[in-house]
Design a binder for this molecule. Structure first.
Ligand SMILES: Nc1ncnc2c1ncn2[C@@H]1O[C@H](COP(=O)(O)OP(=O)(O)O)[C@@H](O)[C@H]1O
Ligand SMILES: Nc1ccn([C@@H]2O[C@H](COP(=O)(O)OP(=O)(O)O)[C@@H](O)[C@H]2O)c(=O)n1
Ligand SMILES: [Mg+2]
Length: 192
């Protein structure tokens, strides 16, 4: 038996439905959903010394240095007590995220797989523009930058896990419940 935290990374373009599907997985499988983006927004709002830096990265669609994000994730994992594992949504999003995670967390966790939510860009953009969560980055200019960051920095991380045989892809340009049905099978097959 291992005491390591079980982890599933959830990646995909902005608006692909990571937060939506993680909420359903959390409810049905007892994994705790940790969104790197949500943790960064909370940190920014808490008048942290990193507030301005985080706000600039979010508006520009660029990626916050891993030391900040990884510490927020590790603290949230420690604070959540016993659970079936963690859904880490929106991380690792670039090589710096991956390197920092490998250095600080690799020996504390058991990464089961990466759930890759794939979706066409035009669908993703229109979902974000209609999301109405008051986010500073759900506008056309920030979205262009976020999609660029996704294509050039995040997709290569998905390819890295793909080469390790650790990617489970689900197409999300469909109704939420159809997408979730496929995701549920994947988690059951993985023993959750
Ligand atoms: N399968 C779907 N069909 C239609 N709208 C969706 C679907 N999944 C998510 N949405 C909506 O799209 C927006 C973005 O979803 P969200 O889960 O926040 O994506 P992400 O975390 O990947 O950016 C939200 O308004 C959400 O309600
Ligand atoms: N690992 C991460 C995750 C998010 N972020 C920042 O937070 C922003 C919003 O991330 P998010 O995951 O909430 O966005 P969505 O993909 O859910 O739309 C990103 O565009 C980045 O600027 C980051 O810097 N590092
Ligand atoms: Mg999200």
């Amino acid at each position: 038996m291992s005491n390591l935290y079980k982890v599933v990374f959830v990646l995909g373009p902005p608006g692909s439905g990571k937060g939506t599907q993680c909420a359903l997985i959390q409810k049905n499988f007892g994994l705790v959903h940790l969104s790197a983006g949500d943790l960064l927004r909370e940190e920014q709002e808490s008048k942290s010394q990193y507030g301005q830096l985080i706000a600039e990265h979010i508006r520009n669609g660029t990626i916050v240095p891993v030391a900040i994000t990884c510490a927020l994730l590790e603290n949230a994992m420690k604070a959540s007590g016993d659970c079936a594992g963690f859904l880490i949504d929106g991380f690792p999003r670039n090589q710096d995220n991956l390197d920092g995670w490998q250095k600080n967390m690799a020996d504390k966790v058991d990464v089961k797989f990466t759930l890759y939510l794939s979706c066409k860009v035009d669908v993703c953009v229109s979902r974000c523009l209609n999301r109405k969560q008051g986010r500073a980055d759900d506008n056309e200019e920030s979205l262009r930058k976020r999609i660029h960051t996704y294509n050039t920095q995040t997709y290569p991380i998905i390819e890295y896990y793909e080469k390790l045989g650790l990617v489970r892809e689900v197409a999300t340009c469909r109704d939420t419940d159809e997408v979730y049905t496929d995701i549920e099978k994947i988690f059951k097959e993985a023993g959750f």
